[in-house]
Design a binder for this molecule. Structure first.
Ligand code: ATP
Ligand code: MG
Length: 363
């Protein structure tokens, strides 16, 4: 029986619409070719350009579309020269994260054969791990609301039991799913600074409590500074890493660097009921409107959406399509003849997206 899933689509700003168009088209064709699931897409206008036009950055109707959807696809939002009256940046993706309690920022770090990297990789090695960044509290708790006086400034590090328990449960479930899918050994590493901060000792304690419920999954600890070193020296040793907001922010940029840049870095912001899938990169206004944008990070984010929906709704067909889509991108990257400029090629956005369709449907 065919099950239909509603996808909310934020086309966003800058290169956003240029990478979202072909991504939706690819998803549509995969769904059309499947007899077990169907996808419907609903546009959700939002972002900086929308704000400039209407005075609203995230209209209530778009929020409603997002809430009602089974999953949310988002390209990138925000433009350097469009700001709120008080000068702050327009980033409805952060409002969405808060409104839908998307506590787990999921950043896969993968390095496959043929992909560029600044690392000197030993022969035959590949990287495949996932960094989970807590996305609602931690060192970002007071964001914009710190106390500053003439001679002192203070910010708060907030770790709550409620969010931490959800975060660690999510991390162990992910490790289990990866193990089942043959993508990892089933290991979760809690990344913290428990030797210095009581808040991180508390974080670690809750991690250990969750770990005891999963005897089939290995539980490990690492300090954040050592983790940064190991991400460069032996990144193939990691499976699932879970960490606080600011540490995750920094380590995920390091992860994008290992993958050769932003062009191949997907992400997801996941909560209990909702999830947003978007590339790690921004709206790249410097190259917007020229057909130069690399659509692969967006397409890989769409593959994560299929994985997530497939697991949530127990659809092997969707999980399988998530894998197929990711492998199609890996294949095109490894072949190396249809790449956008950021990856050293000369192809435009449309040609790069077409290469993915060919890899999927032409045998
Ligand atoms: P944000 O604050 O929204 O994260 P940012 O200032 O970090 O934005 P990005 O928009 O991510 O910047 O762009 C950083 C650089 O990477 C720019 O030079 C941009 O052109 C390039 N870039 C980002 N995404 C892509 C892409 N999909 N394809 C090609 N180049 C990209
Ligand atoms: Mg950025």
């Amino acid at each position: 029986m065919t099950k239909t899933f509603k996808i909310a689509v934020f086309h966003g700003d800058g290169i956003g619409p240029e990478i979202m168009g072909p991504t939706v088209q690819i998803l549509q064709q995969m769904a059309d070719a499947s007899d077990s699931y169907a996808l419907t897409f609903a546009d959700a206008p939002a972002g900086a350009a929308h704000y400039a036009k209407t005075g609203e950055s995230l209209p209530a109707a778009s929020m409603e579309t997002a809430r009602a959807a089974d999953a949310i696809l988002l390209s990138a939002m925000g433009l350097p020269d469009v700001r709120y009256d008080d000068g702050t940046e327009i980033s409805p993706q952060i409002d969405l994260r808060k409104a839908l309690t998307l506590f787990a920022g999921v950043r896969p770090v993968t390095l496959k054969h043929g992909q560029q990297t600044p690392l000197n990789m030993p022969e035959g090695r590949e990287i495949d791990f996932v960094l989970i960044r807590e996305s609602t509290e931690g060192l970002f708790h007071t964001q914009g609301r710190g106390e500053v006086s003439q001679n002192e400034a203070r910010e708060t590090l907030l770790i709550t039991r409620d969010i931490s328990e959800k975060l660690f449960r999510f991390a162990f479930d992910l490790a289990k799913n990866r193990k089942t899918a043959g993508r990892g050994p089933g290991k979760v590493t809690c990344v913290d600074k428990a030797n210095v901060f009581r808040a991180f000792a508390f974080f670690r304690e809750m991690f250990d409590t969750e770990a005891r419920k999963h005897p089939d999954i290995l539980a490990d600890h690492a300090y954040v500074d050592a983790t940064a070193l190991w991400m460069v020296q032996k990144p193939w040793d990691f499976d699932v890493l879970v960490t606080e907001n600011m540490f995750g922010d920094i380590l995920s940029d390091l992860g994008a660097g290992l993958m050769g840049g932003l062009g191949l870095a997907p992400s997801a912001d996941i909560g209990l009921d909702h999830a947003v899938f978007q590339p790690c990169h921004g709206s790249a206004p410097d190259i917007a409107g020229q057909g130069l944008a690399n659509p692969f990070a967006m397409i890989l984010s769409a593959a994560m959406m299929l994985d997530w929906l497939g697991i949530k709704h127990d659809s092997a067909a969707m999980r399988n399509d998530g894998t197929r889509l990711r492998e199609a991108v890996e294949e095109v990257v490894a072949r190396g003849n249809v790449l956008t400029r950021d990856l050293g090629g000369t192809a435009d956005t449309e040609a790069a997206a077409s290469a993915i369709l060919s890899a999927l449907f032409v045998t």
